[in-house]
Design a binder for this molecule. Structure first.
Ligand code: AMP
Length: 575
């Protein structure tokens, strides 16, 4: 039987599943016949079973204690959500959503679904990515790849297939969050240049402003209404949500304000013009500028340097948001795919790529490490060792996948063992960073202080970290794949991760193409007159430096530059 793999956009408010089929991407319907499944879990008040999606969201409005939503924000943390007296973590709740999505996909496709690609925000750290993978496993899915949402959006628009160099920005305004991500495409490699965002700014804030505006129109306020009649407020919120959506297509809308205990003794109709709404949203529209500007600053780019602007998230349908984007960037964004479904589209294409050919993996992977990863060390201060300092092995913003090595030394004579604390963060002192785990090294040969241990960190695209320590001059190696929850990752998944990582550690210097080009350049250098040697020398050194970084993008750029230099010498331009 053919393997069937799907793409899953596991969103804070809504989730979407899609599959790449002949002729394009098909977004799959859920059991309610809808394309978007609210990421909400509830306990059925009648039967005690689980409700997922729209029925759960409806229950959330009526019985908040029996339903939970927006738990994606707690991924990777210990936060617990109470569902009818019992406590549940975000991984468990996400697994419920994923299981339902898997069943829906199987029902719609008429076949079991085995593999999937799940998307996460670009700023998710290693633990949040791991938690997402774990949720997929719990749901019985084989998670082939954790993919960044903006990367998925770029794939959906086929930007990964362009052969020119391009830079683009993904502007993602969802229900509760705003994310901006700038990416660069070079020779088929997509790299995140910068990310910025606001974790509490989204479509829901726009709806809330409309609720306040409407209440003011009938002579009261949000605060008053909240105190007096929470149920009526919930109802008004729903009506304003509908009104907001209508205002994306029409100039005005009627909102019926329900009777509010003590405040309003009957239903009152209020006419809301798009202009009223946009005036109420002005502060929110202004708030979109900050993260947009910081993403540009982070990537050291001007709006005019960008080739495309991609809109993602339902809230980008608002004409006011589009106008903001157009005036900020001075151009129209691309928008041929429904902004709610773009990420799932990209995930589905990536799932198909993963299935068809492992070699395609090379095409669309790179991201940056959002927080440095390293070990704790002692530093000598006034002649005495002081422990607790952070020594990064992989620095923040390093392109992943990556593998880096640092050397560390014993502090004492005849020290036979070392314990490395592994941390994530960017504070000088380890106590201010996040502790990931420890790696013990034993059997260091007796000798004076200063025995060398090489520590290699390998970080893959799924955010799994392998730490390997080798006692210099011996074959003794100690290694572990890290995550707070690595104990619970199945043996199979751990083995597969270790296999993938061993490829990352492969020395790029051993790549025959790289070695041949270096030999060619060195032999040309031998024959070149002094005046011509400098350019070749520079290109060779740059290539060596790029190989040391193990950064795929830098290696490719330096490779091309060196090749060009060699061709120039080999061609008529010699001497
Ligand atoms: P997402 O998290 O991407 O599903 O975004 C959902 C958000 O998009 C919600 O806040 C919706 O209110 C908003 N949204 C969806 N459709 C529209 C529309 N036609 N006009 C305005 N906002 C919309």
């Amino acid at each position: 039987m053919n393997e069937v793999a799907i793409g899953i956009d596991l969103g804070t408010t809504n989730s979407v599943i899609a599959r790449f089929e002949e002729g394009g991407v098909r977004v799959l319907e859920n059991r309610q016949g809808e394309l978007m499944t609210p990421s909400t879990v509830a306990l059925d008040p009648d039967g005690g079973g689980l409700l997922i999606g729209r029925p759960a969201r409806e229950l959330l409005a009526l019985h908040p204690g029996r339903a939970v939503g927006a738990f994606k924000r707690a991924m990777g943390s210990d936060e617990q959500f109470s569902l009818d007296m019992r406590q549940h973590g975000a991984v468990e709740l996400s697994a419920c959503i994923l299981r339902a999505l898997r069943e829906d996909a199987a029902r719609t496709l008429g076949t079991e679904v085995t593999g999937c690609v799940i998307t996460v925000p670009a700023y998710f750290n290693e633990e949040q990515r791991f938690a997402t993978m774990k949720a997929g496993e719990l749901a019985g899915l084989n998670v082939m790849r954790i993919l960044n949402e903006p990367t998925a959006a770029a794939i959906a628009y086929g930007l990964h297939r362009l052969d020119k160099e391009s830079k683009f920005l993904v502007f993602d305004l969802g229900g509760g969050t705003f994310d901006v991500c700038i990416m660069e495409l070079f020779e088929g490699i997509l790299q995140v240049l910068s990310t910025a965002g606001a974790s509490r700014l989204g479509g829901e804030d726009f709806t809330r402003r409309l609720v306040s505006w409407t209440l003011r129109e009938v002579g009261t306020s949000f605060e008053q209404a909240e105190l007096r009649d929470i149920a009526a407020l919930g109802q008004l919120y729903k009506r304003c949500e509908m009104a907001k959506r209508k205002l994306s297509d029409q100039e005005d809308v009627e909102v019926i304000v329900p009777r509010f205990m003590d405040l309003l003794d009957r239903d009152v109709s209020v006419r809301m013009m798009r202009e009223d709404a946009e005036t109420a949203w002005e502060p929110l529209l202004r708030d979109l500028a900050g993260p947009t500007r910081s993403a540009l600053m982070g990537a050291k780019l001007d709006p005019s340097d960008l080739d495309e602007i991609i809109l993602v998230g339902g809230a980008t349908r608002m004409p006011a948001v589009r106008r903001f984007v157009e005036s900020f960037f001075g151009r129209q964004p691309v928008e041929s795919i429904d902004p709610d479904l773009t990420v799932a589209h990209g995930a589905a294409i990536q799932a198909a790529l993963c299935l068809q050919d492992a070699a395609v993996e090379e095409i669309v992977v790179t991201d940056v490490v959002s927080h440095s990863l390293g070990v704790d060390v002692a530093r000598e201060i006034a002649g005495r060792p002081v422990t607790g300092y952070f020594s990064p092995v992989i620095h923040r913003n390093t392109v992943i996948p990556t593998s880096r090595t640092e050397d560390y030394y014993t502090l004492h004579t005849n020290q036979r063992a070392m314990r490395f604390g592994i941390y994530e963060g960017d504070a000088r002192r380890v106590e201010d960073n996040r502790h990931i785990g420890t790696l013990d090294v034993n059997g260091i040969p007796k000798g004076p202080a200063g025995q060398q241990v090489d520590v290699t960190f390998t970080y893959d695209v799924n955010g799994l970290l392998e730490v390997e320590a080798t006692i210099a001059g011996t074959a003794k190696k100690f290694s572990r794949i890290f995550s707070r929850e690595s104990k619970t990752l199945s043996k199979k998944a751990l083995d597969a991760a270790a296999g993938r990582m061993s490829k990352l550690k492969a020395d790029p210097l051993k790549n025959p193409r790289y070695r041949d080009l270096k030999l060619r350049a060195e032999s040309l250098w031998k024959d070149a007159p002094e005046s011509m040697r400098a350019a070749l020398d520079f290109a060779l050194i740059s290539f060596d430096e790029a190989l040391m970084t193990r950064n795929a993008m830098s290696i490719r750029k330096a490779f091309e530059a060196l090749e060009k230099e060699c061709d120039r010498f080999d061609g008529g331009e010699r001497w």
